[in-house]
Design a protein around this ligand. Structure first.
Ligand code: ASP
Length: 349
């Protein structure tokens, strides 16, 4: 019997390896349904929690994740927000960092934990990492202070004993259990014998302000990675793509790019046409400092703005989110230079 005060968690199963099983005929991994997931984790019944579940039908490989499905997840969370202490989202690892970043922007004034997790090996396999990830995620999603407020009121990814801020996280390994990293922000918790929370680094929430869900996205964006030998005609074509509204420019080191006049001119023309260009580094650790080298100064002059130490997943989803909210290029540029969900560190803030 559950007491009215017992912790409550909603599991949202979207798909991914965690819920997959091998097709005996083809040998390929295919999704199976959530009841089987519970069969494979009898430990779930040992929690003294109220655990309910919602399943995507059909479950998807996260390579098929789309903004419309982020909206579906947010709708489920919004609809159930007052009835659960926290939410665990089972998700494929491939695009988990994109979903976590998007949700962090879509759930304004979040005061409850949203923990995304998955696994590298299906949960039905003997050596699966899925059980551990799922069980600890549920515990974190239910963790509360004595006054009833959540310990981790953030969108996070829990994987291989580390709780990471979702919009700081990137998938870095296709085969290792330790598949995610937050290069520019410390872990929010580590799970060993005890779950040790990094209290100072966890965002503070104000549960008296209602959570406000957002749904709109505009996906007219591209990621342009520069490289030695990049050609003018290709960059020109990309920057003149009909409908294009924003570019993520992946530059070298601390935000440097070629100084050729054609390149700078194309960028400047684009910003003057209202295209927002955000500079992030191809290096995973460290931040963009365009004032540091002359090459960076040319970019600043062309109207390129800094993405500081953001992940590509976070800049991409934030741009799509802002573009979906009918803001002017100037307003988007302003919003891009201030963190709205702890997604980057801006020196001096
Ligand atoms: N392709 C799978 C997915 O992202 C991989 C995984 O779950 O780890 O859905």
């Amino acid at each position: 019997m559950f007491t009215p005060k017992c912790p409550s968690v909603l599991l949202i199963y979207t798909g991914g390896t965690i819920g997959m099983i091998e097709n005996p005929e083809t040998g390929a991994l295919e999704a199976f349904d959530f009841d089987q997931l519970q069969e494979n984790v009898p430990e779930l019944k040992r929690f003294n929690y109220r655990i309910a579940s919602y399943q995507f039908n059909p479950p998807i490989d996260s390579s098929d994740m789309e903004p419309s499905m982020w909206a579906k997840i947010v709708k489920i969370i919004h609809y159930n927000y007052d009835y659960f202490d926290g939410f665990v989202i089972l998700h494929g690892t491939d695009t988990m960092a994109y979903t976590a970043s998007a949700l962090s922007f879509m759930l304004e004034n979040l005061s409850k934990p949203i923990i995304l997790t998955g696994s590298q090996l299906p949960i039905g396999m003997l050596r699966t990492d899925g059980k551990e990830n799922l069980i600890t995620s549920i515990e974190i999603a239910a963790a509360k202070y004595p006054d009833g407020t959540a310990v981790v009121p953030e969108v996070c990814i829990f994987f291989e004993n580390h709780l990471l801020r979702g919009n700081r996280t990137t998938k870095i390994n296709a085969e290792n259990f330790n598949a995610f990293r937050s290069f520019n922000y410390p872990a929010l918790a580590t799970a060993g014998i005890h779950i040790k929370y990094n209290y100072e680094r966890i965002r503070k929430a104000d549960p008296s302000i209602p959570m406000h869900p957002h749904y709109a996205f505009d996906t007219n964006v591209i990621i342009l990675t520069i490289f030695p030998g990049i050609q003018e005609k290709i960059v020109n074509t990309l920057l003149h793509t009909p409908g294009l509204r924003a570019v993520i420019l992946k530059t070298y080191g601390s935000g440097n790019a070629p100084q050729q006049s054609w390149f700078i001119k194309l960028l400047k023309d684009a910003t003057q046409r209202g295209i927002v260009i955000v500079n992030i580094s191809q290096c995973q650790t460290g931040m963009v400092e365009m004032e540091r080298y002359e090459t960076g100064l040319h970019l600043l002059d062309a109207g390129v703005i800094s993405g500081y130490d953001s992940t590509v997943e976070s800049v991409l989803t934030k741009l799509m989110f802002l573009l979906g909210h009918n803001l002017t290029p100037k307003e988007i540029r302003n919003e891009m230079t201030r963190p709205i969900a702890g997604e980057f560190t801006r020196p001096g803030l």
